[in-house]
Ligand binder design. Structure first.
Ligand code: IMP
Length: 426
């Protein structure tokens, strides 16, 4: 029995969907613990590309139990669409369960997300999916939960607790007409038909799986630098993607998590606003964007690209307690003659090895680079670490040394067979 948490170590989009998919082949249970459909996971199986936002990519394996934990905020419209999409693709969702405690994204959350963002002088660049406003209501204790979908009465009761406040806010502050109670109730009762049969005590499902000696993968969305506590606040999401978020987000004791694997791109990307020390606003950045197909799965926005930032990943190793790294998209660097790694920051003449908390400091930081030779060899068919070109091995070894964590997995393409397992996970 092994419980592994899989987290993003940068600003999201590290390739967690693919690594989850690879590990899910050996996992009995895959559980998402935070975020919502702001995430986007792309998984390539044979000639088919699957894009999922909410349902763990473990669903692509028959027999793997997939859970959406209580820490996730669920847009039921998106969940129903994803279930329909999987069914159309011939994939069963018989083993999908959703926590009855998970909070629902409501239409006013999406509208408020967009209106609030438009009013901010300091734009966060949210995905506009209603994620932040849904978490606000959760912590304000006025959220609508999955449990509330179980009957018309409970749904009406939950909506009545919150809608007058939302309508007042929308009408008086944003000059928006607001939402009609009956329309919301009918819309959500329609989703309930699909979703209520999937509701479960997902904490208990995980507990029983552990007791039966099963392998469990806890899947984080977004990344460490988007964590509301540990990320580049306020340019963050509204949940805890770090490994610590897995315990409350699923309902598992932190002492039951045996390994924490950090997924890390062989370079760095960021969507949305905020400082990015190793950003490349030049032809190399464009080359990485094109080769890495760095356009958002959820929003289609071009991602900002830059060199690998060891300061960020060193920090991610610390705040997540990483036990291993899964390095993704190594092949994107195949074309480069030389590759830089940001090993430290320079701030007003001072060398910083650790991530500063103050964004005003971070904004002024300049990257201190170490340049390494590229390999200029196609790595997409390489099957073992030993067969990688020497400069690629040296690059990976350098990254592991810089951040202080061993490499467990290397990925050289989107397909399942483009993955090297240096050390078994399950
Ligand atoms: P929100 O999560 O929609 O509130 O957006 C907050 C910030 O997190 C924005 O900068 C988004 O671009 C970023 N973000 C949210 N989800 C993801 C993701 O899955 N990948 C990358 N960035 C994300």
């Amino acid at each position: 029995m092994t419980v592994v948490a899989l987290v993003g170590t940068q600003w999201g989009d590290e390739g967690k969907g693919k690594i989850t998919d690879v590990l899910a082949s050996k996992a009995d249970v895959v559980a998402r613990y935070q975020g919502g459909n702001n995430a986007g996971h792309t998984v390539v199986v044979g000639d088919t590309t699957y894009k999922l936002h909410l349902i763990p990519s473990g669903i692509l394996y028959e027999g793997t139990t997939c859970l959406i934990g209580n820490g996730v905020v669920v847009d039921p419209k998106v969940l129903c669409e994803e279930i329909a999409y999987l069914h159309q693709s011939g994939i069963s969702t018989a083993n999908l369960y959703v926590s009855e405690k998970a909070h629902l994204i409501m239409p006013y959350h999406r509208v408020l997300d967009q209106l609030e963002e438009s009013q901010r002088t300091l734009k966060i660049g949210t995905t506009g999916r209603g994620i932040g406003p849904a978490y606000v209501d959760k912590f304000m204790r006025m959220g609508v939960r999955m449990l509330d979908l179980k009957s018309r009465e409970s749904l009406e009761r939950a909506i009545d607790q919150v809608l007058p406040f939302k309508n007042q806010l929308l009408q008086q502050v944003y000059d928006h007409p607001g939402f009609i109670r009956e329309e919301l109730v009918e819309e959500y009762l329609a989703y309930a038909e699909t979703i209520v049969p999937l509701l479960a005590d997902t904490s208990l499902v995980v507990h029983e799986a552990r007791q039966a000696g099963k392998s469990i993968l806890l899947e984080g969305a977004q990344g460490t630098l988007l964590d509301v506590d540990h990320g580049t606040y306020p340019f963050v999401t509204s949940s805890n993607p770090t490994a610590g978020g897995a315990a409350p987000g699923i309902g598992i004791g932190p002492n039951h998590i045996n390994q924490v694997i950090g997924v890390v791109k062989s370079y760095t990307t960021r969507v949305g606003e905020g400082p990015f020390v190793s950003e490349l606003n030049d032809a190399t950045g464009d080359l990485i964007r094109e080769r890495g197909r760095e356009f958002g799965t959820t929003t289609g926005r071009p991602r900002r690209c830059g060199w690998f930032d060891a300061v960020l990943v060193r920090y991610a190793v610390r705040v997540n307690g990483l036990t291993g790294l899964a390095i993704t998209l190594l092949d994107v660097l195949d074309a480069l003659e030389t590759i830089k790694v940001c090993v430290a920051y320079e701030y007003r003449g001072e060398r910083l090895e650790q991530m500063p908390a103050d964004l005003e400091v971070l904004k002024e930081c300049k990257p201190i680079y170490q340049e390494l030779p590229g390999w200029q060899v196609d790595t997409t068919k390489v099957q073992t670490f030993a067969d990688l070109p020497l400069p690629a091995k040296e690059y990976l070894t350098f990254l592991a040394e810089q951040v202080g964590c061993p490499i467990q997995i290397v990925s050289v393409g989107p397909r399942r067979d483009q993955t090297m397992l240096l050390q078994e996970v399950f």
